[in-house]
Design a protein around this ligand. Structure first.
Ligand code: CP
Length: 341
């Protein structure tokens, strides 16, 4: 099923039906099936998909490329560091040029919040946000939702609405600077999870207000009390500690590790069998011990694996641009061939 929208900029613009549709699509794609239940072939037949990454990435970049190729798209990678952006060309001009070349889908990661929205104004095709500043990381939130659904044994095809009701999910760490946390707030509360955001209080600034601004049935708890957050938790998602920001003194690095590192002992205070998640990159020994990160309750690599079917499901749903068909009677090819006759 194709959506009637061109872009995927954030999950907060998606309805719960859209979320269900993405989950069902991803579950089918895990089985190598199209939305029609037929073997996957060439859903994006020769579409030109450009990946423009103006910030480092391993998981998102590679899994978007694998996802696009699995759907028979042609992928083109533009590394910002080797593009004309370093010569001072603006993002807007870069996007206009990619459009002129005939790129149909643009997967964009950018250090500036809002960059994908700017790109979408100037690009004739589909723009997919692969992470913008602290702001949003929609496909990460979607793959996290798929991973939790699978871990909790939710049947493929079940609607998202209410599917995590009764499940307590804790997101712990540098929430303030996390685009993953911001996008997960939307998807996890849409699924009805009891969501807790936890970390040192300077790294939770503004989230109480955000919770109060949400509809009553989508509010979440914000706390610096990790023990309270862990009690009865079904899943704990740690966020990357952004050393560069810790170094600026918002929170002491040592205090963070002492108070908020996810250890075996702490995970043991959650509900028996609680899952551990992390969007990556993981700093083992900092936000989590190696034992937890690589242990039997860790879903870290499952999250990475699920990145491919989720991104396939997204790419397959976005509308491709309808490019003007050249007028055959006046096309240069026609003129040239008659001149050669
Ligand atoms: N989770 C995530 O966005 O990882 P990358 O930065 O490696 O893409």
């Amino acid at each position: 099923m194709t959506w009637d929208r061109r872009h995927l900029l954030d999950v907060d613009e998606m309805s719960v039906d859209d979320l269900s549709d993405i989950m069902r699509g991803a579950e089918r794609m895990q089985q190598g099936l199209s939305d029609l239940g037929e073997p996957l072939e060439d859903e994006l037949c020769d579409a030109r998909v450009a990946l423009l990454f103006a910030e480092p990435s391993t998981r998102t970049r590679i899994s978007f490329e694998v996802a696009a190729r699995n759907l028979a798209a042609e992928t083109l990678v533009l590394e910002a560091a080797s593009s004309s952006l370093v010569k001072g060309e603006s993002l807007v001009d870069t996007v206009r040029n990619l459009d002129a070349i005939g790129i149909e889908m643009l997967v964009l990661r950018h250090h500036r919040a809002g960059a994908p929205w700017v790109a979408a104004r100037y690009f004739g095709g589909a723009v997919i946000n692969a992470g913008d500043g602290w702001h949003a990381h929609p496909t990460q939130a979607l793959l996290d939702l798929l991973t939790l659904r699978e871990a909790f044994g939710i049947e493929g095809g079940e609607a998202v609405e209410g599917s995590l009701r009764g499940r307590k999910v804790v997101v712990v760490g540098d929430v303030l600077h996390s685009r993953v946390a911001r996008s997960n707030i939307w998807t996890l509360t849409a699924a009805g999870a009891e969501l807790w955001l936890c970390g040192p209080s300077p790294l939770l600034r503004g989230f109480d207000e955000l919770s109060r601004s949400m509809p009553a049935d989508r509010r979440f708890t914000v706390t610096d009390d990790f023990d309270a957050a862990l009690r009865d938790a079904d899943a704990v998602m740690a966020l990357r500690v952004q050393r560069e920001r810790m170094a600026k003194g918002a929170v002491s690095f040592d205090d963070y590790v002492t108070g908020y590192q996810v250890t075996e002992a702490r995970l043991g205070r959650a509900r028996p069998g609680a899952w551990f998640l992390h969007p990556g990159p993981v700093n083992e020994g900092i936000e989590v011990t190696r034992g937890v990160a690589r242990g039997p309750r860790s879903l870290v690599l499952e999250q990475v694996r699920n990145g491919v079917p989720i991104r396939m499901s997204v790419l397959a749903r976005l509308q491709r641009p309808v490019r003007p068909v050249p007028d055959q009677a006046s096309s240069p090819t026609r003129d040239l061939s008659s001149a050669l006759r």
